[in-house]
Design a protein around this ligand. Structure first.
Ligand code: ADP
Length: 529
């Protein structure tokens, strides 16, 4: 019988999912529990509660526990072979925090296999509603942290990101200030990922370096909690967080509770859980120098980096699969929805006409450069439509064809510019991995390939966080003996190459990128007024 590697992942916030893979890396079992429809007693919409202030967003922690009971019960009923699982890992939405009540550690070690987790952990949380990644209510705490750290840039230098409201350290500050009694009654704080690992271990699991990088608390270079950030957040915080661990760490065997209740083997290892974004990077098997571009409602860039340069935009995290490496994440709000608006206005709503416009216009668009921020952009913080001709003079309109190319080139020049600012550089082996709705469009991908001067491959990301966690479980078993993640996964499904850059691309886009950077500065100055 083959050995299995199992992963349990909480998707952005909608469901809990399990995937088991065998030695050939293929999924052999999948199951999931939808929070809203299958656990309606928690009254969540999209897995969360949005509070009346519109800023506070939380999820009931017991809903996550009950979802795990349901998922494991269902797998058992389906005859899943728990005893064959050699290693288990998982992922959880980044940034969310779980506050364990004093005494919960004891409860975790004394779980009775005759009852489910949910019944036994009902009183184990000092804060029942966990803050999650959608929360934006900790602005005051962000200001205070940045001031204590010596400014936004200094904080980004230490932790990989300037202060963000959803980042866990600022959420912890807010709980300490607004709910002092509950904070006082807390003996441990977990991330959603390490909380999941704790349920499998039967004791508190360490926070891994990669997910820990999304807290504004970890020094991403030393891979230790930053004393400045800890002191600015809460006294004795180090004790509440525990020591962070490498993302490849084997934390111990599965709990005796799970061995007795579901038939897991005592030799099944729990590998540190991590955040959903780092787990996705693992699922994509990104090589050093590769860049993944998700072209969905918003556009997101994932990068694997060896020498990061944290900036006021984007995030640098410790890499979940390379011991000394880093990864970066950049979000762009004006992605597919902006492309759709231009398609509707210039191409009668047709992607075919949109694609023909790209085919019918030259690389570099005769020197015309456009910025299309329908709504306030995240990267960079600018708004409005700005068109510049080849002499950098502002113009008010273009033909539909020029407009389409200006939009797509402008979006990809921006993706490249901001990736390079975080330390990315295009090398001879660079691959661009494209995913998301717009990766179905060959002409859009050709522009991507030309602007990055690299071949473009397409991949399906729908399961990448879950699959990435199963790959990480496998890697955790051998990481200590020096086997690299990518060597281990060389038989994983390969992405498909769809475009190669035109030979003239670097002559066109290298100088155009320099002009683009200068024009973006002008646009930013305008957006400030
Ligand atoms: P989400 O971020 O919601 O998961 P998807 O990755 O499913 O989004 O992408 C949806 C977007 O894909 C739509 O908004 C649409 O604009 C875009 N899209 C779908 N087909 C095409 C196409 N042929 N060309 C360009 N964009 C497309």
């Amino acid at each position: 019988m083959n050995c299995l590697k199992l992963c349990v992942s909480g998707g952005k916030q909608l469901k809990l999912k399990a995937v088991a893979i065998d030695g050939d890396l293929g999924p052999v079992h999948q199951d999931s529990v939808q929070f809203d429809s299958e656990l309606p007693e928690f009254r969540t919409h999209g897995g969360v509660h949005i509070h009346p202030d519109g800023l506070t967003v939380t999820s009931p922690v017991l809903m996550w526990v009950k979802a795990l009971d349901l998922l494991l019960d269902r797998m058992k009923a389906a005859g899943f072979g728990f005893s064959r699982v050699r290693a288990l890992s998982g992922s959880g939405q980044q940034h969310g925090a779980v506050f364990w009540r004093t005494g919960a550690a004891r409860t975790l070690t004394q779980l009775d296999p005759g009852q489910n987790l949910h019944q036994q952990l009902t009183d184990s949380f000092s804060v029942q509603d966990s803050p999650v990644w959608m929360d934006s209510s900790s602005g005051l705490q962000c200001d205070a942290l940045q001031e204590a750290a010596g400014g936004a840039m200094r904080l980004a230098d230490i932790t990989g990101s300037r202060a963000y409201e959803r980042f866990t350290g600022n959420q912890i500050s807010k709980v300490r200030q607004t709910r002092p009694d509950q904070f006082q009654d807390t003996e441990r704080i977990s991330l959603v990922s390490s909380f999941g690992a704790s349920l499998f271990l039967g004791r508190y699991a360490a926070i891994d370096y990669s997910d820990g990088s999304g807290m504004n608390l970890l020094d991403i270079r030393d891979r230790m909690w930053s004393q400045i950030c800890l002191d600015a957040t809460a006294t004795n915080l180090k004790r509440l967080l525990g020591e962070p661990c490498p993302s490849t760490a084997v934390l111990g065997p599965v709990s005796s509770f799970l061995q007795h209740r579901y038939g897991f083997s005592g030799s099944c290892s729990i590998v540190a859980f991590t955040g959903d974004n780092p787990a996705s990077l693992a699922g994509m098997c990104l090589h050093q120098g590769d860049i993944a571009v998700s072209l969905g409602t918003s556009d997101t860039l994932f990068l694997s980096l060896s020498e990061p340069r944290p900036s006021l935009e984007g995030h640098v995290f410790c890499n979940p699969v390379e011991p000394d490496g880093f990864m970066a994440l950049l979000c762009f709000k004006n992605g597919s929805l902006t492309r759709e608006r231009v398609r509707d206005r210039c191409c009668s709503g047709s992607w075919d006409v949109f694609s023909q416009a790209l085919d019918g216009t030259p690389l570099g668009n005769h020197g015309n450069i456009g910025f299309y921020f329908d709504t306030m952009e995240i990267t960079p913080p600018a708004v409005g439509l700005h068109r510049f001709d080849a002499n950098d003079r502002q113009v008010s309109s273009w033909s539909p064809e020029l407009e389409v190319r200006a939009l797509v080139e402008g979006q990809f020049l921006s993706r490249r510019l901001h990736a390079e600012r975080l330390g990315y550089s295009i090398g001879s082996g660079t691959r661009v991995l494209a995913t998301g709705g717009a990766s179905a469009n060959r002409q859009i991908l050709q522009v991507l390939s030309d602007v990055f001067n690299a071949p473009v491959y397409t991949i399906d990301l729908s399961d990448s966080a879950c699959l990435g966690s199963a790959y990480r479980a496998l890697h955790g078993l051998v990481a200590d003996s020096g086997v690299s993640f990518l060597d281990l996964l060389r038989n994983a499904p390969e992405p498909q190459q769809v475009c190669r850059p035109h030979r003239s691309a670097p002559q066109v886009y290298d100088p155009m990128l320099r002009r683009f950077a200068e024009l973006e500065q002008k646009v930013l100055e305008k957006s400030r007024f």
